[in-house]
Every structure is written in C-alpha cells, then in structure tokens.
Write a protein that binds this ligand. Sequence first.
Ligand code: ZN
Length: 214
Amino acid sequence: MASPHERTPLAELVEELLATDGPLTVVVAGDPVLRRGTERFEGQLDPTLLARFIDALRLTMHAAPGVGLAAPQVGVPLRIAVIEDPAPVPEEVRLARGRVPQPFRVLVNPSYEPVGTARAAFFEGCLSVPGWQAVVARHAAVRLTGEDERGRAVDEVFTGWPARIVQHETDHLDGTLYLDRAELRSLSANQAMAGRWTQPTPEEAAASLGFELP
Ligand code: ZN
C-alpha cells in the first residue's frame, strides 16, 4: 500500500488515463498489454483513485457498448474487471443462451473453476477484437472467487450468460483472448453474423461452416 506521497507506477498510469474525461480508449488485439497478464490488486491505487478508475471502466463499457471490460483492455495491467448486462434480448434468446440480466459488478482478483462438466457453446465477441465473433465452448457453470471493490471476499456460482462473461473477463486478466478458446472455423465478421447467424444457438453455423459443438 503506497502512501499518498509515493504513487505507484500503476497509479501514475491510471492518473494519466483519467486526466481526460469521457470513455477510455479500448486497446485492440496485437497490443502486448492484452497478453502479458496482470498484477494482483493490492492497493496500488488508493481508494479514491480506484473508485475513479472503476467509474471510467463502467463508462467505457457502456459507451462501447459491451457487457464486460477488463483493466488490460484500457492498458492497465491490474487484476480488475467490470461486468454488467441489461440483456435486452428476445425471450427465445434468453431461454437458449441463459442470457439473464447481470447487475453491475466489480471483479477484483477473480479466479474461476468449473462447476460440473457441462459446456455451452455460443458466438461471442470482444471489444478488443472489433468486427468479429466466434463460437466458444465454455463451462456452463463456474465458481468465481476473489474480492469486490471494497475488498470483501466473493465466492459465488455463475450460470448462463453471466458465467460466460466472468470467464471471458477473468481470462483477459491472464492474458487470454476468447479467440484462444474459439472454434476458429466459426470465425464470422459482424456482417456475416447479422446476415446469417442470428439464431439463438450455433447449430446451423456449425453445420455450414464445419466446426464441432460439445
Ligand atoms: Zn474481451
């Protein structure tokens, strides 16, 4: 924990990012910060700076728009992410994908492990890989452990789409992009997604593009 007079290099970096108001710039694939992994959060930002940084992550996630954003995606190698999904989807999509609303949450030092062996495969995208989506088979349920923004312990099971979001965001903190886990033959540009693969599940895409589903 740094005293107010000795700012850590990460605090300097965050102060610099927050010097201009508005959404932060989202870093895109090819930038090493997305691949290096992150430092555990251990007070490198004082509580005021942490709160400002979280507000900026939330603003940036909303502006994108996205349902999750990890600190490395704005160039900050700290083990922090935010998630929030109002899930404005039709009923058939909600049922097929388990896409239920996920209230705003801050994940500090998160880790996950699978609960059970079931997997769920759906198209997903990433703000750091703009223009593309691909099918990723992920654990259908995960146990997430870590802390919240006030340092309180979190130990919670996530299912449905929220389970996908916490896996995607936690993976970012380990330098992993969704493409590392994707069925690469499913890779689809947004135009193809909009024209062809709007079904609630990816079976048709799997048959047409030639990839396996779990
Ligand atoms: Zn992402």
